[in-house]
Design a protein around this ligand. Sequence first.
Ligand SMILES: CC/C=C\C/C=C\C/C=C\C/C=C\CCC(=O)SCCNC(=O)CCNC(=O)[C@H](O)C(C)(C)COP(=O)(O)OP(=O)(O)OC[C@H]1O[C@@H](n2cnc3c(N)ncnc32)[C@H](O)[C@@H]1OP(=O)(O)O
Ligand SMILES: Cc1cc2nc3c(=O)[nH]c(=O)nc-3n(C[C@H](O)[C@H](O)[C@H](O)COP(=O)(O)OP(=O)(O)OC[C@H]3O[C@@H](n4cnc5c(N)ncnc54)[C@H](O)[C@@H]3O)c2cc1C
Length: 672
Amino acid sequence: MEGVDYLADERKKAQFDVDEMKIVWAGSRHAFEVSDRISKLVANDPGFSKEERTMLPRKELFKNTLRKAAYAWKLIIDLHLSEEEAEKLRCFIDEPAFIDAHWVLTSCLTLIFAYAKLLLWAQRNNRKGGCPWPTRCKFGCYAQTELGHGSNVRGLETTATFDPQTDEFVIHSPTLTSSKWWPGGLGKVSTHAVVYARLITDGKDHGINAFIIQLRSLEDHKPLPGITIGDIGTKFGNGAYNTVDNGVLRFDHVRIPRDQMLMSVSQVTKVGKYVQFDVPRQLLYVPMVDVRQTIVADASTALSRAVCIATRYSAVRRQFGSQNGGQEIQVIDYKTQQSRLFPLLASAYAFRFVGEWLKRLYTDVTQRLQAKDFSTVPEVHACTAGLKSLTTTATADGIEECRKLCGGHGYLCSSGLPELFAIYVPACTYEGDNIVLLLQVARYLMKTVSQLGSRKKPVGTIAYMGKLEHLMQCRFDVEQAKDWLKPSVILEAFEARAARMSVACAQNISKFDNPEEGFAELAADLVEAALAHCQLIVVSKFIEKLQQDIPGKGVKQQLEVLCGIYALFLLHKHQGDFLGTGYITSKQASVANEQLRALYSQLRPNAISLVDAFNYTDHFLGSILGRYDGNVYPKLYEAAWKDPLNESDVPDGFHEYIRPLLKQQLLQTARL
Ligand SMILES: CC/C=C\C/C=C\C/C=C\C/C=C\CCC(=O)SCCNC(=O)CCNC(=O)[C@H](O)C(C)(C)COP(=O)(O)OP(=O)(O)OC[C@H]1O[C@@H](n2cnc3c(N)ncnc32)[C@H](O)[C@@H]1OP(=O)(O)O
Ligand SMILES: Cc1cc2nc3c(=O)[nH]c(=O)nc-3n(C[C@H](O)[C@H](O)[C@H](O)COP(=O)(O)OP(=O)(O)OC[C@H]3O[C@@H](n4cnc5c(N)ncnc54)[C@H](O)[C@@H]3O)c2cc1C
């Protein structure tokens, strides 16, 4: 029946003020109001329907994305949307697109510009005159990865050879493996690209630098002479990321003016002299830090969506336990369901808060860079790389777990979960493979440990290493389950585990004559140590959030429960680390698990309201199982009939393939 709220009883159980929690989730009252308004605007506009997305063939799907993007762009201009509102519009349209960032940010913050802005900052500081980029370009993409190399940026093969005769660079793809491969928006749309290539002057290779290159004519959109471009082919999943034209690009001696090199860390003069500036070369990589922090901020959105669907459906779905004709048990009441679902709910909140914190850290580093203070770049690189890795891996795994939590119906496209997973899972790879990124964190940790004896004191997220002596010796000395609720106890446990794992790796590396050989040999242990450090960051930022003034009846208490679940779930999952490093005993681990179970029971009556606090519209969720009103079965039944296979009772192909077989069977039966 329309209009009935099948989850109303669940909503009545809430022990906290949901509206206040919505504001905590959004970040501020203002952010909530913008998000609420724009999500409804998108949901009520048929131009943004997603209904048939998983059924469209690739060409139609892509054209539909072009239409939506153009329509959204028009809305942004017609409604005079601010940058913040436009970003929300992009989020709630919920369709990866070639121009994601371009139309989002009317103030010229294109995807490519987002990458290039720090390079441009350096450029502005190092030479006179403005950059030709944002005003001249139409659509941009970021062409770094090649067919042969992605992670190993130093191994890229595209060349940019300076010709002093003409004051130009000659851009060339010398091998098949040097073809640019993967850039989003490149295949069919981008007119310009930031291209990473080896800079060569006077026969000398100066390593990787970035160049702005026009790819297509602004008149007829054809590739410019010497340039070959195409789409790299269909990707994983129906609909999903196939809305984006990830592309291939080759250059055959293409000439560009000298001023189209992004001269952030070095410069080539008119006479072909290569000049290195007095800035760290890593500045060239800082734009990757920018997108990684955005990905961390987005992880909580993807995970919370999946969790919202699985939580609501778990309250609707009933299996077993009916007595005397009564109702069966809601699957959310099974302890196994809770122990799989509630840690994901807690993770969604944890990632939200660590994402907010990372944004502040990133803003701080950009301000420091303006003042030529490069001191925090290594820490920010380690934090963005590590948290990108942790949050995207946990989110992709979490979405898949939510699909399983919904049983068979989770496997239907109408549950929204298969497409959400297919769109999300490449986040574990793009913007840096997650293992490669954890190894960057491990390098930073090993460097930190090796410098502990020096005068350089560890600060920020590695400050805990400053009390190494204590962390190596301390023991957890309390026995009761409720002791595990004390923030100081949780923090010390995570600090001791992370510190001990890093020190153990450093000690093992020191047994090798060559540290690089030791690092390579111990890579699997190093990845675990890096993960322990990143989990400590997430736990500590959740605890810091709880120290703030949080208004609203019961809101802080719910967040305390979620924080406890996040930390104790990790402790339970990684028990081997905590026991192995000797900080806790097996009895204490079992007491922690007892506390975890108690927290699940505390969360249970609030579960539906905690996912309501995400304030997602049914349009954004795109899931029959996750509908706000819980009216699942009639809508699933209705949706099945919309499938193209159900357009006729007799399928296409019946006469060619089914009927002859049936006839053959009839004949065989007759012969018997
Ligand atoms: C506006 C945006 C809008 C929306 C976006 C939202 C969502 C995203 C949606 C879609 C996705 C879109 C795009 C995806 C785009 C891409 O995937 S682009 C391609 C990204 N590629 C990578 O990430 C490659 C990964 N590899 C690397 O980053 C590096 O090469 C490396 C980290 C593996 C290093 O390799 P090495 O050869 O070992 O190192 P090196 O080059 O010699 O440098 C070593 C020193 O530099 C430090 N360092 C490395 N990276 C950085 C960095 N990013 N910032 C600062 N410092 C860095 C490193 O720590 C070493 O320092 P030392 O002190 O130890 O010397
Ligand atoms: C959807 C999508 C969009 C993308 N968009 C863009 C874009 O816009 N622009 C762009 O330039 N690129 C883009 N990329 C490319 C992306 O950045 C790379 O694929 C990514 O950086 C991983 O590099 P790779 O493919 O070379 O993986 P590889 O490095 O080949 O990884 C293969 C395996 O080797 C392992 N491995 C590699 N190196 C090491 C090591 N040192 N130690 C231990 N293990 C290692 C990895 O963990 C992985 O298991 C995109 C990719 C995808 C999937």
